[in-house]
Design a protein around this ligand. Structure first.
Ligand code: ACO
Length: 386
């Protein structure tokens, strides 16, 4: 029998007030601070969107320049972080590395707990947030070099956030068209209301621990395949399918076994995720201009979306952002296990915006439970238990 006192997965439970982003799940609309995601993708940059999320308003020229310069000048991480990474197994997943490396930053940039004065010191919180956003791409890119036995590539200050990341993972001058695609992906992934990882931010942040622990919690939460880890799973699924002709049989078998189709479904969207639509359109445009590989995987993805929507659409299950972001990164030549770390780099802006918003009116999270364990019983000594 359903327990009316418990909401599994907290579905429909409002855990906080927030002015950062809004989803209209029925219409398939997403806005950040009131600005439609389509307008931000068309006119903005990741740097501007990050500042919009943190501050609540589109910045003027001077503020954007100062924030951008801050990001560029804080890209390097202390040598000690690299020393820690040297001892991590090269076969480990980059999300595990990122979780560990970001959590360790609190030891190298000490910030143990937030005093009342610090919580009210907005410039201090701004500076901490900006530095985390600046350093996450460097950490991901350092690992990408180190795990193949190379020295990390020193970040450049003359490239924007997206272009510098592509430079650090490849060592090559980035193609401006690919840097623009990544910038768009970073905007689309920067924020998405109270999803699982952002809720982890709220729970961890509510204890007033340092922001590195807060972002570490969020990274660990994002890593799971039901959340950010789905983008890597999508590409693995498309590779497993192998050809357009096999799509129908694959989907039928999955559904007969009641298995999930990766990159489909969403707790809030009951129609297509607007971010998936933007990514698909962008991929088609870029592929026809010759900027992307346009591999067989792309063709398989189009067919999976069509056939899976035929089967699952009537239940309100459609492609989500992870369906096309994985394919897009694959077409850009980025390795599959970097997809979720790139998601985390982008989402750091939204996570930190929520962290700051909550600090202004904090109360520790301490929900309750409905106990369904044993009634009180007598302790049995070890030698009397069998
Ligand atoms: N494939 C097939 N069936 C699905 C899928 C899917 N991808 N998603 C949901 N369903 C079905 C479930 O089997 C269930 O069916 P039932 O009612 O017959 O038992 C019903 O839809 C409800 O599914 P839940 O898992 O209960 O929905 P919930 O809101 O809890 O979960 C979630 C949402 C986790 C995103 C789910 O749709 C899923 O697992 N999708 C695949 C993983 C994925 O793509 N995750 C990325 C989400 S976007 C993001 O985090 C950035």
């Amino acid at each position: 029998m359903a327990d009316t006192n418990v909401a599994p997965g907290l579905e429909g439970v409002a855990a906080t007030h927030s002015s950062i982003s809004h989803i209209d799940g029925a219409a398939g609309l997403l806005s950040y601070r009131g600005y439609a995601i389509d307008d931000l993708v068309a006119h903005s940059s990741f740097e501007e969107v990050a500042l919009l999320l943190l501050d609540g308003a589109l910045p003027d020229d001077a503020d954007l320049k100062a924030f951008d310069e801050g990001l560029r000048s804080h890209r390097q991480v202390k040598y000690n972080v690299r020393e820690i990474m040297k001892f991590m197994p090269v076969t480990g997943h980059p999300m595990d590395m990122l979780h560990c490396a970001v959590a360790s930053l609190g030891m190298f940039y000490p910030q143990q707990e937030l005093s009342d004065a610090e919580r009210e010191n907005t410039p201090h919180l701004d500076a901490m947030a900006m530095r985390i956003i600046a350093r996450m791409p460097t950490i991901v890119a350092m690992w990408e070099q180190m795990r193949f036995g190379n020295d990390p590539i020193v970040p450049r200050t003359d490239l924007n956030h997206a272009a510098n990341f592509l430079y650090m993972i490849s060592g090559k001058e980035p193609n401006p068209a690919l840097a623009k695609i990544l910038d768009t992906c970073l905007i689309l992934h920067a924020e998405h209301t109270i999803n699982a990882s952002t809720f982890a931010v709220l729970v961890t942040g509510s204890t007033l621990t340092n922001p590195y622990h807060v972002i570490g919690s969020a990274i660990g939460t994002l890593a799971g395949p039901l959340h950010g880890g789905a983008n890597q799973k999508v590409v693995e699924m498309l590779e497993e399918i192998g050809s357009v002709a096999k799509v129908g049989a694959y989907l039928d078998a999955k559904m007969a076994n009641k298995e999930k189709i990766w990159g489909f479904g969403h707790r809030v969207y009951k129609t297509r995720d607007p971010r998936a639509a933007i990514l698909k359109e962008m991929m088609e445009k870029l592929a026809s201009n010759g900027h992307l590989r346009h591999s067989q995987l792309f063709e398989i993805a189009i067919e999976v979306e069509k056939q899976a929507t035929d089967r699952l659409g009537p239940k309100g299950i459609h492609a989500n952002v992870d369906f096309y972001s994985g394919v897009l990164y694959h077409e850009m030549g980025i390795k599959a296990d970097l997809f979720t770390p790139i998601f985390a780099m982008a989402r750091s802006a939204g996570w930190l915006a929520h962290w700051r918003e909550q600090l202004a009116d904090n109360r520790i999270f301490r929900p309750t439970q409905v106990y369904n364990g044993a009634s009180p019983r007598a302790y049995v000594a070890l030698d009397k238990r069998n």
